[in-house]
Design a protein around this ligand. Structure first.
Ligand SMILES: *[C@@H]1O[C@H](CO)[C@@H](O)[C@H](O)[C@H]1NC(C)=O
Ligand SMILES: *[C@@H]1O[C@H](CO)[C@@H](O)[C@H](O)[C@H]1NC(C)=O
Ligand SMILES: *[C@@H]1O[C@H](CO)[C@@H](O)[C@H](O)[C@H]1NC(C)=O
Ligand SMILES: *[C@@H]1O[C@H](CO)[C@@H](O)[C@H](O)[C@H]1NC(C)=O
Ligand SMILES: *[C@@H]1O[C@H](CO)[C@@H](O)[C@H](O)[C@H]1NC(C)=O
Ligand SMILES: *[C@@H]1O[C@H](CO)[C@@H](O)[C@H](O)[C@H]1NC(C)=O
Length: 850
């Protein structure tokens, strides 16, 4: 008999080891973001670089960074990261529908590009919001997030969206098929008691995964790559609990597939927590674990049991309670599974209404049916957050902006994320609290429209009380500068009810529409998105700024609308769009060198005016080719003052967060967080290089040394070979002297230290000079051509004239050089520009005398 039993046990354990064979996921995407070589994680899995998986990443402004190996870095996948300043998407072509593990690894590498502890961003799939306004906070440990997402579409993508003026980053991504048997569609519902069907329609985030009474089980010991932590820190009273463990080989998975190592590895079932030696005075008690969770969500709890403690069948009967409710009563594992040491698990859905105090409490205690010693056990526990009604796992908004319409009040949130792998506490608590602090929409709107534009408020006492801050009162007292007031109906009609076809731009603030007002005058209508709190600040900044600023080379504000809590700005329409579009990427007729110079000069004038033309001086903070717009006549105008900030006189401004766009950012600004008008000068240097080389400031597709335009072009400049990398379309039409002067100007702008950079006035002077040299050159060429019609010279001019013909409006203008430009601004401004113009003129006079 004993022999037979041993033989039977052997048979069972043999079948167990057979099914314990490693699971081979059909989809297995492991990406080491920002890496240049593959990395092998401690569990032996190989993470590939994005180059090897290049079809997956779609990003515009992004950055690769790497860190130094150290004790804080437990896996080589954390040694590199990719930073995004604009929305970026990883697309994974799935081959198998069903649940997939999606794992995101974040480690804030110390780097000179962006302070990643401050990076705030949202991560979403096509359907689910995974992380909303996420921030690793001040952790220096890796932060790990795991999701289970049921994918029905072969096109699976993960999108990273940095908050305006912030960045997103990621160190590694896993998208890995989960076995079908891992999740069933139904579970037991805790309240009301019954069956819960529909788990397939949910997405899950692993919040806790614990190996009761056992060691940390890393992804190396779990064929599904899961990590199981120890439970001790969650025990309410450690003295009431005792751990038991047996050899993992003692665990006998049942035949027939109701449980297998895919559900949980044997090491999880081979250890447990039971009741400590029964206290004589109080033989019955519960072992209790408490888990902090986010209140606004429902949870799926998976409880793992395996009776490795009973000496005989039908000895152990116990109850399981969740938040005080009976979840499983009179559980007799030997009866349920037909033998001892056979794993069993149970899924229980806990409705969000039961976790309103932010706590899930799991208790096990003896039932009254037990015949032997009073005992109760738990081997493992998984707590998985379930996506809410708008398909979000974080926050109350879905990917499409839908808001969860939950009537349930949300108490104080004590949610603390738990990074299972490394025991690191994540900044989830802070994040959720921030989200709850967000003002209600009505509050936001009220305060917004009355605060910002009290000129239309009837309650004047409110106005004056609100306008107490000195800069505000000057703003309010100079109301004539505010421009025209538009009614909402007027703008609705002008934009054909904000027709999607009328959208000409999309920004963090909201959409920009083309519209016709009055007699058919075209205008750009920028409609604020009331969801974005950030946008409100920018709206306030922008209208204050623009109302003060009138200049030929600044995009001018025509008016605004604040009716119905709307925040709408109406600008002059710039029919030729951003400068960048005429340099590369859009296949527009290319601009001659002269025209590019004129555009750069116009933009420089606009910036010069910002820096010097008002009493205090303004730093633009986001100078780039997409913020230089061109009108009908290709006159350049600087746009987007959303990031502008009054610069204090004299000293540099110490700002709290780095703003601006990658590839254009002043290195000194990064290092010292010190913002001066020289930061704009640096960015403008990059603009000049873009105009010369016709390529983006950052192009991650290029070989490493070429990615950053400023670095790359300055290498060539130092070698005296900048002509090798200029826009091929300029070759032959550009005066080498003009190019040299221009490149020198760019180089000076890009000086490492702000003090070594020229002022915008100096830059302007150099550009004017470069233009003059070019004009003399073109004139010479033309004369040469008219005198001798030798085939060689006509061939070289034909390329320049064909370029001009391609964009007729470009070559037409022939403004006299070096004269102060006519200014349409207020008198004060004119004086300044006149002054710099005169100075420039004088310098040109000197120059001519040399
Ligand atoms: C980050 O790097 C800077 C300069 O290399 C150093 O001063 C600073 O202490 C580092 N911070 C951390 C958290 O390692
Ligand atoms: C993060 O900062 C807060 C407050 O500044 C501090 O209490 C906390 O200990 C810090 N956490 C870490 C991991 O440095
Ligand atoms: C995990 O796996 C490693 C190597 O396979 C092994 O040495 C180690 O003992 C295992 N740990 C546990 C807790 O099973
Ligand atoms: C919670 O209960 C409500 C009403 O009983 C139900 O509509 C909702 O779907 C439940 N949520 C979850 C996550 O089970
Ligand atoms: C165990 O916990 C449940 C639910 O909180 C409670 O109803 C029960 O009385 C407890 N049992 C003992 C013995 O304390
Ligand atoms: C373009 O130039 C023409 C002729 O100089 C002028 O009439 C027109 O107003 C200009 N357009 C803009 C938008 O400045």
């Amino acid at each position: 008999m004993a022999v037979l039993l041993v033989a039977l046990t052997l048979l069972v354990s043999l079948s167990a080891s057979a099914s314990a064979a490693a699971f081979v996921p059909q989809d297995n995407f492991l990406v080491d973001c920002g890496a240049t070589t593959t990395a092998t994680s401690p569990d032996g899995r190989v993470f590939k670089t994005e180059q090897q998986t290049s079809q997956y990443l779609k990003a515009e402004d992004d950055y690769k960074i790497s860190g130094e190996p150290s004790a804080d870095v437990p896996s080589p996948v954390y040694l590199t990261a990719r930073i995004f300043v604009q929305e970026a998407t990883y697309a994974f072509p799935l081959t198998r529908p069903g649940f997939h593990f999606v794992r995101l690894h974040f480690f804030p590498i110390n780097n000179t590009v962006f302070d990643l502890q401050k990076a705030t961003f949202t991560v979403a799939t096509d359907k689910y919001v995974l992380l909303h306004s996420f921030n690793v906070d001040n952790t220096t440990k890796p932060v790990f997030k795991e999701y289970l997402i049921n994918a029905f579409d072969p096109h699976f993508s993960i999108k990273f969206s940095p908050q305006k003026n912030s960045a997103a980053f990621i160190n590694a991504i896993e998208v890995v098929s989960a076995p079908d048997e891992l999740i069933a569609d139904s579970a037991t519902n805790l309240l009301p008691v019954g069956n819960y069907a529909g788990l397939f329609a949910s997405a899950f985030q692993t919040v806790y995964r614990l190996n009761m009474g056992g060691p940390l089980v890393t992804s190396a010991n779990d064929t599904l790559g899961r990590t199981w932590g120890n439970d001790e820190s969650f025990l309410k009273a450690k003295s009431l609990a005792k751990t038991v463990s047996v050899a993992p080989s003692a665990v006998k998975y049942p035949q027939g597939g109701t449980n297998s190592p895919l559900i949980a590895p044997p090491i999880v079932y081979a250890t447990l927590v039971e009741m400590a030696e029964a206290n004589v005075n109080q033989p019955k008690f519960n072992v209790t674990w408490n888990f902090e969770v986010d209140t606004a969500f429902g949870y799926l709890l998976r409880l793992h049991f395996c009776d490795i403690v009973s000496k005989a069948l039908n000895d152990l009967y116990f109850n399981v309670y969740i938040n005080g409710k009976m979840a499983i009563s009179d559980l007799d594992l030997s009866h349920t599974m037909g033998a001892l040491a056979v794993p069993y698990y149970k899924d229980i859905v806990v409705n969000s209404s039961l976790v309103s105090d932010g706590l899930i409490t799991v208790q096990v205690g003896p039932s009254n049916l037990g015949s032997g010693d009073l005992n109760a056990i738990l081997n493992g526990l998984e707590v998985m957050k379930m996506s809410n009604t708008v398909d979000s796992l974080d926050g109350e908004f879905g990917v499409d902006g839908r808001k969860e319409s939950s009537g349930s009040k949300r108490g104080t949130v004590a949610a603390v994320g738990f990074a299972m792998m490394f025991g690191a506490f994540v900044g989830l608590g802070a994040m959720v609290i921030k989200w709850h602090k967000r003002p209600q929409d009505w509050q936001k709107r009220n305060s917004f429209s009355s605060w910002l534009l009290p000129v239309h408020a009837s309650d004047t006492s409110f106005m004056s009380s609100k306008a107490s801050a000195s800069h505000k009162s000057t703003f309010y007292s100079s109301t004539p500068g505010l421009g025209r007031y538009f009614s909402f109906a007027e703008l609705q009609e002008a934009t054909k009810n904000f027709d999607a076809n009328a959208i000409i731009g999309v920004g963090g603030f909201g959409n920009v529409y083309i519209a016709e007002i009055d007699d058919g005058t075209k205008v750009a209508v920028k409609r604020g998105n009331p969801q974005s709190e950030q946008g409100i600040t920018e709206f306030q900044t922008e209208i204050q700024m623009l109302s003060k600023l009138r200049h030929r080379h600044l995009v001018s504000l025509i008016g605004y609308c604040d009716e119905n809590s709307e925040m709408i700005l109406v600008y002059e329409f710039m029919s030729n769009g951003p400068f960048r579009d005429h340099l590369y990427g859009k296949n527009l007729p290319h601009l001659s060198w002269k025209k590019r110079l004129e555009i750069c000069i116009g933009a420089a004038r606009g910036l010069h005016y910002l820096h010097t033309g008002t009493a205090q001086g303004i730093i633009h903070r986001d100078v780039k080719t997409t913020n230089i717009l061109l009108d009908d006549n290709f006159t350049a105008k600087v746009a987007d003052f959303g990031l502008s900030k009054d610069a204090p006189m004299g000293q540099g401004h110490v700002s709290t967060a780095v703003k601006g766009s990658f590839g254009y950012l002043d290195p000194e600004y990064f290092r010292r967080q010190q913002l001066t008008d020289k930061s704009d000068v640096y960015s403008f240097g990059v603009v000049l290089l873009e105009a010369l080389c016709a390529r983006p400031a950052i192009n991650p597709q290029l070989p490493r040394e070429q990615v950053n335009l400023a670095d790359w072009a300055m290498q060539w400049k130092r070698k005296g070979l900048i002509d090798k990398i200029i826009d091929p379309l300029l070759v032959g039409t550009i005066n080498p002297e003009s190019m040299k002067k221009f490149a020198e100007a760019a180089e000076k702008c890009l000086a490492e230290h702000g003090v070594d950079r020229p002022t915008m006035g100096d830059v302007l002077w150099n550009l004017e000079y470069a233009l003059q040299l070019q004009e003399a050159f073109s004139q010479g060429k033309a004369e040469e051509e008219s005198k001798s019609s030798s085939p060689s010279s006509s061939s070289s001019t034909s390329s320049s004239s064909s370029a001009a013909a391609a964009s007729p409006s470009v070559a037409a203008e022939n403004r006299p050089v070096s004269l102060p430009e006519e200014n349409k601004g207020p008198a004060e401004v004119q004086a300044i520009d006149e002054h710099s113009g005169t100075a420039m003129f004088a310098q040109f006079a000197n120059l001519n005398g040399r």
